[in-house]
Design a protein around this ligand. Structure first.
Ligand code: NAP
Length: 307
């Protein structure tokens, strides 16, 4: 099966990028969408993020066979409730939320009797809003799909295959995994790094004896890369930490133990331990580059649009 009409709820970075990518790679698919913010709707229409921007969520999903929820994780339940009365019976509902167990539960509660397959394209930038989206966001990026277990309607293999094909057509590489495993993996690869970046940037700005101009002036010494991550959307990240609480706290505990070990190595002057640790982490960076998930240029290879 292939989709004929995709409705996108939430027209910010992710929703806008999906709309642009569908129009570029799957032009035969009709695109409609809705955003709660009237200014975002107006800008989405101006930029042509989707073919038709609707005045209500209910209007946007009429006739759709795929609905993708692109709102902050904490807003998924309310956004799904707003489409419940108008959602066509056979439509597949998916999302792009950064945590999966909480979102799956919120969508299932708001849309009983509908097929739901949550997904998370691991692609983004620190920007948000309707001006942030671009069609190539998903190129060569992973999209993790977390189908529910039978007897849920979303466990239908034909629906899963159609959703995988959709994301592949937008340029993504697809992985299918259990939602709990997703939440654990992303806690360490995405959520914890964001928490650390938010902490470091906050610590530096609070330091007495170091002026703000010095922090900015000497930022190239490593701090600058943290500031990029710490500039990420506050609403989105508040919701991610609250919704993936258990996995994040678990990873934070392990991180704290490892940090304490390095702290001790510094205190006792154990250079071998420090060297071995840094050599191991350097090899991980090389693997990421070899797998095409980043490049080796000193600025991390980031153009204006890449994350
Ligand atoms: P964004 O640019 O802020 O866009 C979200 C949009 O949804 C905003 O315009 C927001 O309007 C709107 N919205 C909020 N509640 C709504 C509702 N009930 N109905 C309709 N629209 C509503 O955020 P984003 O970066 O695209 O993130 C969207 C989702 O993608 C999140 O779940 C996030 O976890 C996930 N994600 C993000 C990234 C990333 O790097 N940014 C990567 C992968 C996945 P207001 O601004 O008025 O609230």
């Amino acid at each position: 099966m292939t989709f004929q009409h995709v409705a996108i709820i939430g027209l910010g970075l992710l929703g806008g990028s999906i709309g642009l990518a569908v129009q570029e790679h799957l032009p035969q698919i009709k695109t409609t969408g809705y955003d709660a913010d009237p200014a975002t709707r107006a800008r989405a229409a101006e930029r042509g993020l989707i073919a038709a921007v609707c005045d209500s969520a209910a209007a946007a999903v009429q006739g759709a066979d795929l609905v993708i929820m692109c709102v902050p994780v904490g807003a998924m339940g309310a956004a799904a409730a707003a489409i419940a009365g108008a959602l066509p019976a056979g439509a597949l509902v998916s999302d792009v939320g950064s945590s999966k167990q909480t979102v799956a539960k919120a969508l299932a509660e708001a849309l009983p009797g509908h097929a739901i397959i949550p997904a998370h394209p691991v692609a983004g930038t620190e920007r948000s809003g309707p001006d942030a989206g671009f069609a190539s966001l998903f190129q060569q990026r992973w999209c993790i799909i977390t189908p529910p277990a039978p007897p849920a309607l979303g466990a239908d293999p034909a629906l899963l295959a159609a959703l995988c094909a959709f994301w592949e057509a937008l340029g993504a590489k697809v992985d299918v995994m259990d939602a709990a495993h997703h939440d654990m993996v992303l806690a360490v690869t995405s959520h914890l790094p964001h928490l650390i970046a938010y902490t470091i940037v906050g610590t530096a700005s609070d330091l007495e004896g170091v002026t703000e101009s010095e922090v900015i002036k000497y930022s190239a010494g490593g701090f600058r890369d943290f500031t990029r991550i710490a500039a990420s959307d506050p609403t989105m990240w508040r919701d991610v930490f609250l919704s993936n609480k258990d996995a994040v706290l678990d990873m934070l505990q392990r991180f704290t133990e490892d940090l304490t070990a390095l702290q001790r190595a510094i205190r006792v002057g154990d250079g071998d331990q420090l060297f071995e640790h840094f050599a191991r982490t350097r090899a991980i960076r090389r693997s990421i580059i070899e797998l095409g998930q980043d490049d080796a240029r000193p600025d991390f290879g980031r153009s204006d649009h890449d994350s």
